[in-house]
Write a protein that binds this ligand. Structure first.
Ligand code: SF4
Length: 69
């Protein structure tokens, strides 16, 4: 069963996902979506960075996502 947020998930609009990462994304989205870092944040009603990956890592997408300093 695929993630219920698949059609609206901003990750696909926000991140230019490299070809070799697509399998990782789909492993979560149509596999273990309950383990996805984004899914957990959405369900908890928590804010999260645009670059948050399913693995919980944060991809730096622009200056707004980069740590200060
Ligand atoms: S990245 Fe996570 S929240 Fe987004 S569709 Fe995939 S499993 Fe769902």
């Amino acid at each position: 069963m695929c993630c219920p947020y698949l059609d609206e998930c901003s990750m696909f609009r926000t991140l230019a996902i490299e070809q070799d990462m697509k399998h990782l994304v789909w492993a979560f989205c149509c596999g273990e979506h309950a383990d996805c870092g984004r899914y957990k944040k959405i369900v908890a009603g928590e804010q999260f960075p645009a670059g948050l990956m399913p693995t919980g890592e944060i991809m730096l997408t622009d200056s707004a996502d980069r740590p200060a300093g």
